[in-house]
Design a protein around this ligand. Structure first.
Ligand SMILES: [Zn+2]
Length: 189
């Protein structure tokens, strides 16, 4: 992994996001069409033996981004596979409505967040309702995979909470097995 220099940028409540993650996220090409791979990519060794790169989208999104973008990534097939995953992650369709209106949900919001409280997602909403309801106390995040890079949500408890929200809004039933994760990213959304 490259050095992850921390930099304060203009985000609410002293949020920090690693600059390398932001640069990597914005450098993923969005016009390149990568065909679906034939099957999941399962690691036999390394840091996560027995896990698939599809599962890492939920467990270690930053690592998948690194596979997709790092110049140090030597395995071109894994690089392409990871690029495909990042791209598919971006175009998954939210199938759940806002808690307050009929529009598709766009964000989750989480209560708490003052020091000592874990930020755990509570509810999903559209951006208009989030603004209109004026949840001053709420932290909110997009229903998109890169939200997993946000340092506000970096605790393990919060990551699990976001994954539960993703399972709900993207209609992923049961555990995120190798097959379930692969099928989810292959799905025509
Ligand atoms: Zn709404």
């Amino acid at each position: 992994m490259p050095d992850e220099q921390q930099l304060r940028i203009d985000l609410p409540k002293g949020v920090t996001v690693s600059t390398s993650a932001i640069q990597a996220a914005s450098s993923v090409p969005d016009k390149e069409v990568i065909p679906n791979p034939e099957g999941p990519w399962i690691f036999s060794g390394g840091r996560t033996p027995g896990k698939s790169v599809e599962q890492l989208m939920f467990l270690k999104y930053k690592r998948v981004l690194w596979f997709a973008t790092s110049n140090e990534m030597r395995d071109e097939r894994l690089k392409q596979h990871a690029k495909w995953l990042i791209q598919q992650g971006e175009n998954r369709v939210v199938r759940e409505s806002c808690a307050f209106c009929e529009k598709p949900a766009q964000v989750f919001y989480a209560e708490g967040g003052s020091s000592g409280y874990a930020i755990v997602p509570k509810q999903v909403a559209c951006e208009a309702c989030l603004r209109a309801k004026q949840f001053w106390e709420a932290e909110s995040g997009d229903l998109k995979f890169p939200v997993l890079l946000d340092n506000r949500f970096s605790s393990e408890e919060c990551r699990r909470g976001i994954v539960e929200v993703f399972k709900s809004v993207f209609e992923i039933r049961g555990n995120i097995t190798i097959k379930a994760a692969f099928d989810f990213f292959c799905r025509e959304d």
